[in-house]
Design a protein around this ligand. Structure first.
Ligand code: 5GP
Ligand code: MN
Length: 334
């Protein structure tokens, strides 16, 4: 049996024996962490478990209205509660559980379900498969081992998880396995076309206004291989927008011909800057972001930095130029 199978079996065994289970995703939750968590939560509830769903940040409106069960996700840490089993979903480091890290520490057993590069073990059962295109793939395999039938709601949540983390099945991590799982999900009769319109074809108007403002800040390195943009709180508040309205703008500069790396510097409520890294053909951005105490995947990563925006930009762009030099210039990595 492969390590992945052994860990999946161990996780299924632990979950089957538990009475109450807390599931928690990462700060600034995305479709993968929410869809994965909700699907697993639905399966465990079907098995008669007491399930608690937590998120360190509120569920973005887009997913709150799309995903079944999203209204049941709590953002406050409950007092006087120590979970029997705590499942961390799509988190590479404990810090990304935000204020729920203490809840995890109070639990008897910790299961990690993750697919990030360079994560480290912070649980009792550490299921981290960077080869999985989404945490949703692993949750699909986990539910398959539980004594419960996958229903349309669970399948829909997993479809959204896998679809969003693969940029609609476009990114490098997508393999035949991803499509096989997705086919099984579609066989449950889920409204996939509806999900795709809701995810990609429909946004509040303010998202386009934010995008417009952010695109005005677009800048390119002299070599034309790095593009970056920024967003500060003043601009965000001036548009009456929230953080979630800037989700997705990160990818735009990457589509410029010749650009290998796109960077997006967005100011958070506490004044720090969240830096998003997106590469196209070859640059390992997990490695690059880890130089600034962040991480992620090969082609998408992030970190949080403090200081003046100009100085943060200079540090990141300088490091990126060196990384590009080191990793070569061949863009045709197929
Ligand atoms: P995004 O730029 O969309 O927020 O994040 C891209 C990827 O990088 C995600 O897989 C996310 O988990 C990871 N990531 C984003 N910010 C951080 C961070 O501050 N620390 C770590 N370790 N990973 C991050
Ligand atoms: Mn993910």
């Amino acid at each position: 049996m492969s390590n992945r199978q052994e860990l999946l079996s161990a996780a299924a065994h632990t979950l089957s024996r538990a009475g109450d289970i807390a599931l928690c995703g990462h700060v600034m939750p995305d479709g993968d962490c929410l869809g994965s968590m909700l699907a697993l939560g639905l399966a465990l509830r079907r098995m008669g478990k007491n399930v608690y769903l937590f998120s360190p940040d509120p569920v973005p409106n887009q997913y709150a209205t799309l995903l079944p069960g999203a209204a049941g996700v709590a953002v406050e840490v409950p007092g006087e509660y120590a979970p029997e089993v705590f499942v961390s979903v799509d988190c590479s480091v404990p810090a990304r559980l935000g204020r729920f890290k203490a809840l995890m520490d109070s639990s008897k057993k910790i299961i990690i379900v993750d697919h990030h590069a360079g994560g480290f073990n912070f649980g009792h059962i550490y299921l981290n498969e960077p080869s999985a295109a989404a945490a949703g793939e692993l949750v699909y395999e986990l539910i398959d081992l539980l004594p419960v039938e996958m229903d349309a709601d669970m399948a829909f949540c997993l479809y959204v998880a896998i679809n969003t983390d693969t940029g609609s099945f476009r990114y490098d991590g997508v393999g035949s396995h991803t499509h096989r799982i997705t086919a099984r999900l579609l066989e449950k009769g889920i409204p996939a076309g509806y999900a795709n319109k809701k995810i990609y074809e429909e946004k509040p108007r303010v998202c386009l206004q934010v995008l417009g403002e952010v695109l005005k800040t677009l800048d390119l390195s002299r070599c034309g291989r790095i593009a970056w943009m920024h967003l500060d709180r003043k601009t965000l508040h001036g548009l009456n927008a929230r953080d979630e309205h800037a989700d997705g703008v990160t990818n735009y500069p990457r589509m410029i011909e010749g650009v290998e790396l796109a960077l997006f510097f967005r100011q958070l409520e506490d004044g720090s800057y969240k830096v998003s890294f997106r590469s196209k053909y070859f640059l390992d951005v997990n490695k690059l972001a880890s130089r600034f105490k962040g991480g992620g995947h090969l082609r998408a990563a992030g970190c949080v930095m403090n200081g003046e925006l100009a100085e943060i930009k200079r540090q990141v762009v300088d490091a990126a130029l060196i990384a590009l030099e080191e990793e070569g210039t061949d863009e045709r990595h197929y």
